[in-house]
Design a protein. Sequence first.
Length: 372
Amino acid sequence: MHTVDPRKQEIPVIRHALTLLLVASTFACAASADMISYLRRAGGKVTIESVDNVTVTAWNARQVSYRTADNKTGTVTSADVISLVRAGGSMSRELEAAIAEMANDPQAAEKALQDLTNKGNDLDKEEALFRKAELWAGEARTSGKTSAYTQAITDFGTYTNRFKAGYFARDAYTSMADFQRKLKRVADARTTLRAMINADAALQRLGNQKLGELEASQGDWKAALTAFKAAEGGSGDDKNARYLALAWQGVATLKNGDAAAARTILETVTNDETFQDEGNEDELALAVAYPALGDAYYAAGNFTKAYDAYVLAGYYIWWSGLENEGYVLAQAYLCAKKLQGTDEKWKARTEKLRTALAVSYPRDLQRADSEK
């Protein structure tokens, strides 16, 4: 097993768990109790709140319970947690040391974490089991080895069998399904996500979202649409979650052959100016919505609106780190070419886009030039 620097390790639990980076910083400041940072939704606004100098007393997929220094109690919705720091507080020193050792001696860390899954308090047992799976997940992401993916899948499965609606369940199920998909075990990934949906109501929205994305990757757009509608239905007052589900519904509706209905759905996302206000915007939903909106307008022959949608798509795709920027820029190039006879500006835009594509996305340029 390679040594993995936890500060660089891709960990999909930023909103649901103690990150290794925060563990490291906690050692430095020697905090005396637990701290929880979370999103607070009220009146259509989202703010970041925190409680510190508390002790986490229980957790699961629905909520985190804590006790304050003056013996008052409170809860935070698990899905809204941004970070949860127990190191230096309710976390045992043995678990702190095992997590710290993940960077220096992964083999020793794995053994220590395994030992801690069967002793200590319930929170430590659960976290040790999840961290052991994450250790192999980091190895898989770094090395790309099938054996590491397989071990991570096994360990995540052990976690979900023991804590099917545990605090780390969101990340355990979704990471396991993602790794199964990487190994082309699509049926297993589907089973994992359905198990997530059935495990607890708190997991249904995300489970359906991920199941829809899985079905979309397999081209089963009817099954995908069903899942995305369920994800929207479970989004509650989380506009980011609702609009991501809607954006994907627009994609699925377009793929199912109804471009007009797709435009209506997609414009619900893209035309909401409050959604694009600073602090509320979810770039991922817009990165999904704008390419599909461009395709819908392109299919209808409205090349001006299609061009605008593709250009905006390029920005949000870049910002979200997705990989279809070449496609949308090539589509914008096609739109500009078709509009050259209407205004001189389109000729200049065509030339600029052609130059950009030739440098960065020559295959997409070749595909666009081959289209009539």
